[in-house]
Design a protein around this ligand. Sequence first.
Ligand code: NAG
Length: 458
Amino acid sequence: MDVARLLLATNLLLLAIAVAALVNANVRDPYMDEIFHIPQAQRYCNGNWSFYDPKLTTPPGLYIASVALLKPLSQLLPNPCSPSTLRFTNVLFHIGTFFVLGKTIDRIRGGSQQDSTRKNWVEALTISFFPISYFFHFLYYTDSGSTFFTLLAFLWSLEDWHIGSAAASLVAMTFRQTNVIWMLFGAGTAVIRVLSDKKNPVTKGKLSTELSFRSLFSLIMLSINHLIYLIPILWPYISALGFFAGFIVWNGGIVLGDKTNHIAQLHVVQLFYFSAFSAFFLAPTINIPAKLKNFSALIGRSLKSPTGFVTLAALPVLAYIIISKFTIEHPFLLADNRHYTFYLWKLLFRTNAYIRYALIPGYLVAIYLVATSLASPALHTFLYAVCVALTLVPSPLLEFRYFLVPYLIARVYVKPPGWVGVMGELVLYMGFNVVTIWVFVAKGFKWEGVEGVQRFMY
Ligand SMILES: *[C@@H]1O[C@H](CO)[C@@H](O)[C@H](O)[C@H]1NC(C)=O
């Protein structure tokens, strides 16, 4: 194992231990969703496996992981089932995710030269500080484990170890059911890779990875023609999908327990929020002035041809229809003043009835910026966009944690940024981390008539 990587990971771990100590010293009792997660983990930790809190909407992956990781250490730890020890599970996932990110970027970029690989690992370190992930590594939430296993599954699918990938996906689904979509993404990219591989003696790389109706059609036809050849790739995913289907039938739906707050609706605007969110956090790694110049050149070219003009005119109209028909103001978003999204909604979207439409040009630019910054083949990017839609659109709640896996997958596919970009990204992420963790720890407030301290969070 590379010494430099171990050194980076050690730094990450030491900093995480310091932050965890700070958070645990100030936030001793379970906070927010932890009031469901921690007691459940403690029941398992104490050997009570028979009761599952009906308020929990996700399967028990996190609690089992905690017991599996902490039980071997129970001799060393004074209280292996305490909130602070349980929270430490996520610091372990944090370090694991760093290694997965580094290997994934190496794999995607085919990194072989020492220098480029070294930069890939510094990028992995930077991405490990992504604010939305970083914050939740210090609490007992399911996101760290969910992200770790989903990215691990994706890495193994890139490495063509499909049995491992499907198994890791199944584990990821025990943290969050929608991770099934990211398993399908991994499987889909593996199929595209094989069918477009010119060196492959069987498929001969007949699939074009351009995005067109023809290539989508040929993806389907070639998959059918080479089905026998693709079975060794696909059977683990199909089996895992079978397990998942079995779970849905047994459970009578995707969501466990309390289904009333989790009714799926068509929340298409999520894609606009996600594009703006991604463009913002990817900004340091993108050459924005050059992109904007290309964008206006594209508009100029489109205006010259009739089809281009019609397309250009149709996009804002389409966006308008989506916003007016498919915006959902979830009661949680309007009621809970402890979340940053509450203020985003109140101070931006609710100030004026037309703001949501005034943002349309910004959304379109954001989509352009993100889509053109990815180094993946167009067909890949299209599959990615479909998977993002499948995970985000059914969710009625604007919640940044749901953007985590989609964002990280976009980030590992971004065209390799220069050193300045990576350092800018690190500064941006760290700025958010310092402010949000400081506010969380030090700026608690009271709700009238409610016991305990309330704290701001994502
Ligand atoms: C398990 O926990 C539940 C809920 O806290 C409790 O009602 C039940 O008695 C416990 N079972 C055992 C065997 O301790």
